[in-house]
Design a protein around this ligand. Sequence first.
Ligand code: AMP
Ligand code: MN
Ligand code: MN
Ligand code: MN
Length: 287
Amino acid sequence: MKPSPDLHTHSTASDGTLSPTELVARAAAAGVTTLALTDHDTVAGVAEATAAAAEQGILLIPGVEVSVTWGGRTVHILGLAVDPTSADMLEGLARLQGYRGWRAQEIGRRLQKAGYPGAYEGARAEAAGSLIGRTHFARFLVRQGAADDMRGVFKRFLVSGKPGHVPGEWTTLELAAGWIRSAGGVAAIAHPARYDFTRSKMRRLLGEFRECGGLGLEVVSGSHSRDDYFLYARYAIENGLFASAGSDYHGPDKPWIELGQLPALPDGCTPIWSLPQLRRGEPRAAA
Ligand code: AMP
Ligand code: MN
Ligand code: MN
Ligand code: MN
């Protein structure tokens, strides 16, 4: 059976370990025929991925994963089929990129105080000129032997209450959805199970998201359990949202799911890839 579209992946433009070209080649080799590149707060990898996809004969959907602060928490909003040259969106993303730069320095200062000097420089080196994030700090700290693995390093240093944590001050749901819309794209809430919201808070998020013009909910995600697929399929159906699916692939190293391994959407969902915006680059059927 043909693998499902994979509408959530990362490259070296943010915190993935494969270049856009390598990512697309690996996806194509795994049988994926529709792939979205959704780097954190940047579309810098999209042009390279689009060229690589043309070469491989697969459909590349230009995307982005926008960092939002909502209800006191960081929520990720996927922009799918965005025009990567949209001035409105690029301006908004530039602000988030500026904040990432400041936050990285602040994480570095806090880790230094906690007895881990050089983390900012180390994370900068891990990012190698790409947009910096906590993953780069995590990779540096693991290399330093401060923790055994990525999971452990986040738990000990980078999450709320830990020495290198800086509370996110990203953008609003409304602005993020607005940028995506003005770039001609479709907004979807990424990995909803990761937020640990109560049922009523999740309903409030979905309601506000719809009011902002949001259309999709990531039902199948590399970071969801099987039970989550069914729970969020129900949320999508009950709230009139299109269902999305994405591995959230960051590279061949664990703990991320491998490309081409995404299960099908649960019955009753309306796939987000049925929207015309996501089919623009598809080869047209012969008349
Ligand atoms: P940032 O947007 O810079 O705050 O970093 C968020 C990213 O950190 C996510 O997209 C993941 O790639 C990574 N991440 C968050 N939590 C974990 C974890 N527990 N283990 C491994 N990676 C994580
Ligand atoms: Mn990431
Ligand atoms: Mn995310
Ligand atoms: Mn992601």
